[in-house]
Unconditional design. Sequence first.
Length: 157
Amino acid sequence: MNHLMIMGHLGADPEVRFTSGGQKVTTLRLACNQKRGGKEETFWWRVTIWGEQFDKIMPYLKKGSALIVNGEMMKPEIYTNKEGQPQISLNMVAHNISFPPFGRGDRGEGGGQQEQHSYSQQGSGFGGQMQQGQGDSSHHQQEQYQSAGFSEDEIPF
């Protein structure tokens, strides 16, 4: 089994289909850029999602969305394009999907903070709890410093 992690942007909205047995299959087209010798190449990955494991984040997956996908690489497929040139199709099955910290900011479609916020809502709740906890923690630390005889302007070490 070949596991890999790819990071890129969706080239289209997710495509949802169902097998003849009724199992849900979602396909993502992910563009990954790589610089080689001063040139930038784009590699397109077809990412397959079996079942409903990522249904909660699907409303946030739109064309242009930045993603990090961990999964299993499948055998590449070779085909001939419309111009008669041989092409390769890179395929993987997703095991984990997350939003990178850079979000959509590099595409001019909104700030990275906006993308991170939607990720924390869809995550395990850790991000939201952490943000809330940071506020409580800083207030608690301030009380500790004041009770120890330190002011905000003094460094306690």
